[in-house]
Design a protein around this ligand. Structure first.
Ligand code: AMP
Ligand code: ZN
Length: 461
């Protein structure tokens, strides 16, 4: 598979370090409020990539973090980071920081499922990696890459020769362009905090002991430390939104490579931003949308998923309600078509169309063109049951849950078994329920339970 690598600015063939196994990381959410649909675009990109690699026969060891520790977020507009969003939200909602992150983590995970995104091996929570973040700072300190100021421990970017290799912002060119630096104790404007001290006389809700004093880790550190701990010193693919490239990802590279002396990431994949009504989403313009907003207007999460697939991940995608409506209409049409096809598990999957579909994805994950192949198949003269099996194969990447729309009749005896099993479950007789489930499986069907206590029976695919 070929992908655009932001580090080399070339489309390159992915060659995993370990043949057949891809190590992949995606910068996940900060869990202090509802995720907006732009975040979901980036997480969907990670999902499409994982699914396609798996379809191509790779094993993917995928990790995504959840930032549940408040940081001062450095951005290009505000290099010192204005405020700790988690603490701020906790004051606004009158809840503890812990309650805030628990509540929004739960919401994030539910929505993640709704969008049918591939679960990583682990959602790593920053708060559970404080020790390894402290170890990483200690390593950097031992190697002479850090210095201390009155408010924290900083990384000296002038000591990392390659600084700017991803962002293009070198220590020199930033120095020249810098206005008055808001932190005069920093040696270079590009330097960033590894550890921040809690302000004197003020107890933060989230703070930890460290060899340098009580405080909290810098934001960039968490991704480096979780990658090192979970995936190793060098990984294959790192995904994130394009806004993270200049500072966050450049700093991840600096910390990690200085600590290990090894290359950090071989392929950097950045997704373009989602815009709304042609511009940035903003609360003041009243066009800041979350998945709940989408659902409240009568759309399903998979409608949004379909909309994401209609644009290439490196191209901008402009969200409008009209585009959302078109996505829903198209997806409903697909469901109609699929439910009308006769299902025959023995029917052949069309190699020709699968090959064509994969070729489009092979070229820098071109989802819109892969979708075009999907439609071409639907319109082709391929026999229906063969079309259906080919579509189901494609759905391994598309993730539209198309198998749920196949019009297969469930035989009486299977339905009766499923009802019997549900009775056992209701009465807490789990061993019998499991036995019946196995019996149903052996007969070629599966039962799926919903949270409301109902169940669905499907033919095993
Ligand atoms: P955040 O919680 O803001 O750190 O964002 C989580 C992920 O979503 C990061 O990879 C961001 O780059 C990405 N992201 C944030 N806003 C957008 C947007 N409007 N479009 C696409 N991706 C976004
Ligand atoms: Zn990150």
């Amino acid at each position: 598979m070929k992908i655009y690598n932001s580090l080399t600015k070339n489309i390159e063939e992915i060659m995993p370090i370990e043949p057949g196994n891809v190590k992949m990381y995606c910068c996940g959410p900060t869990v202090y409020k509802d995720q907006q649909i732009g975040n979901w675009r980036t997480f969907s990109l990670a999902d499409f990539l994982v699914r396609f690699l798996k379809m191509g026969g790779y094993k993917v060891d995928f990790i995504m973090n959840m930032t549940d520790v408040g940081h001062l977020f450095e951005t290009s507009n505000d290099p010192e980071g204005g405020e700790d969003k988690i603490e701020k939200q906790s004051v606004e909602e009158g809840k503890s920081a812990r309650d805030i992150v628990d509540m929004y983590s739960k919401m994030f995970l539910e929505e993640y499922k709704d969008l049918n995104l591939t679960e990583p091996r682990k959602f790593t929570k920053a708060s559970e990696y404080i020790d390894s973040q402290i170890d990483l700072i200690a390593t950097l300190e031992d190697k002479g890459f850090t210095y201390e100021t009155t408010d924290g421990v900083y990384f000296d970017t002038s000591k990392f020769e390659k600084y700017g290799n991803l962002s293009g912002l070198t220590v020199e060119n930033v120095k020249e362009g810098a206005r008055v630096d808001p932190n005069p104790e920093k040696k270079n404007p590009t330097d960033f905090a590894l550890w921040k001290f809690s302000p004197e006389g003020k107890k933060r809700q989230q703070e930890w002991q460290s060899p340098w004093g009580v405080g909290f880790p810098g934001w960039h550190l968490e991704c480096s430390s979780m990658i090192l701990t979970e995936l190793g010193e060098t990984i294959d693919i790192h995904v994130g939104g394009e806004d993270l490239k200049m500072i966050h990802h450049q700093n991840e590279i600096a910390q990690s490579e200085c600590a290990t002396g090894k290359p950090f990431v071989n392929y950097w994949v950045h997704g373009a931003f989602l815009t709304v009504d042609g511009g940035k989403m903003s609360k003041s313009l009243n066009n800041f949308y979350t998945l709940s907003d989408i659902k409240n207007k009568g759309f399903s999460p998979l409608d949004l998923r379909y909309l994401f697939m209609t644009s290439h991940y490196r191209g901008s995608l402009n969200f409008t309600w009209e585009a959302m409506q078109n996505a829903q209409n198209t997806l409903n049409r697909i469901y109609d078509i699929v439910s009308g096809y006769e299902y025959d598990e023995r029917a052949e999957v069309s190699d020709k169309y699968i090959k064509k579909f994969m070729e489009k994805l092979d070229e820098d994950l071109n989802m819109p063109e892969a979708l075009a192949v999907f439609w071409e198949l639907i319109k082709s003269a391929t026999p229906e049951s063969s079309k259906l099996n080919t579509i189901l194969k494609m759905d391994e990447v598309l993730g539209l849950r198309l198998q749920e729309h196949i019009g297969v009749e469930i035989p009486e005896n299977i339905l009766n078994l499923a009802k019997m099993r549900n009775e056992y479950r209701k009465n807490g007789i789990w061993d019998k329920a499991d036995m019946v489930r196995k019996q149903i499986n052996d007969l070629g069907y599966v039962v799926e339970d919903s949270q409301t206590g109902s169940f669905k029976v499907k033919k095993k695919l």
